[in-house]
Design a protein around this ligand. Sequence first.
Ligand SMILES: Cc1cc2nc3c(=O)[nH]c(=O)nc-3n(C[C@H](O)[C@H](O)[C@H](O)COP(=O)(O)OP(=O)(O)OC[C@H]3O[C@@H](n4cnc5c(N)ncnc54)[C@H](O)[C@@H]3O)c2cc1C
Length: 322
Amino acid sequence: MSVLVFVDHAQGTFKKNAFEAINYAAKTAEKTGGDVVAVVLGSASDSELATLGNYGATQILHCNDTRLDHFCAKAYTKAVVAAVNQSGATVIVVSANNNGKAVAPMVAAQLKAGIVAGAVDYPNTTNGFSIKKSVFSGKAFAHVNINSDKKVISLTPNTFAVAAVGGTASVQALSVDFADTDFGVKFVSEDVVKGEVPLSEAERVVSGGRGLKGPENWGILEDLAKAMNATLACSRPVADAHWRPHHEHVGQTGGTIRPNLYVAVGISGAIQHLAGVNSSKTIVVINKDADAPFFKAADYGVVGDAFEILPKLTEAVNKAKG
Ligand SMILES: Cc1cc2nc3c(=O)[nH]c(=O)nc-3n(C[C@H](O)[C@H](O)[C@H](O)COP(=O)(O)OP(=O)(O)OC[C@H]3O[C@@H](n4cnc5c(N)ncnc54)[C@H](O)[C@@H]3O)c2cc1C
């Protein structure tokens, strides 16, 4: 039972989510047996493809077609299904990032496969093929058994630790018989945020909520983030009110992150916010309300006014750095 993993890349560069999905596929293949086949769509260099072996891929199927350089759900689905057929894989792993969330259910439908969307653990194969996923915005877990021959798993991103395993992978061409109608989406333009560690990759995150009162007050949060070499995030109402850009919004309807350190300032800790951040290794909460729900999820908490605490904290961090 080979395991096929669809790996996403940004202009030919693989990111943490790709390595996480390959690690997951390799752990799954230890239980099911068979190869770990990574499918890569669009332009990617040989040296970049070679990095995938280091995370557990044993084979790479590369569809080196420039029409796939920009995401198109229909064409990507066709290519992943072709890769499943070429490799004979029975388990298909996808990271549930924006592209993965679009492709996974379409692939499952075409293969008539059962799907678990948003897995948070490895498959349990002791009695069938059961996978744990979180439900009700992280309030509960469900263990879902997949009975179909082919099985699709999409992973909640940033849930599993990423580790290099030091292997190598052979590369084979994947040829797909595309029709023009497979490319129903026309790429127009892309706005790439430069100069910051993306939230999905950040080891340290400083995040602000409505408690900061308005966008004009973000300077004190930016100062702390700069001192800590951290990436900025925010709660959803902050992004909805256009105080901050939407790519900074974390939670159930925003990004899912797993930094080593998450500092939440003026955020109440609603369950929908926690759904995106509660896998962080260490959580620090600064809130003036001692009963704010976020303190229940915190490793360290400061009850107090953010406007007094943040400048002092930034000064202390800068002093400690010397
Ligand atoms: C379907 C659905 C999906 C959602 N998805 C998301 C999501 O993905 N992400 C998300 O964040 N939310 C999401 N929400 C919204 C969520 O329920 C909360 O409303 C939101 O997280 C609250 O944001 P907040 O904590 O910034 O604001 P508030 O709830 O208004 O909390 C502000 C906090 O700041 C504190 N505070 C005030 N002044 C200060 C001060 N001077 N110093 C220190 N602390 C202070 C207050 O005590 C309070 O705890 C979703 C809701 C729904 C229904």
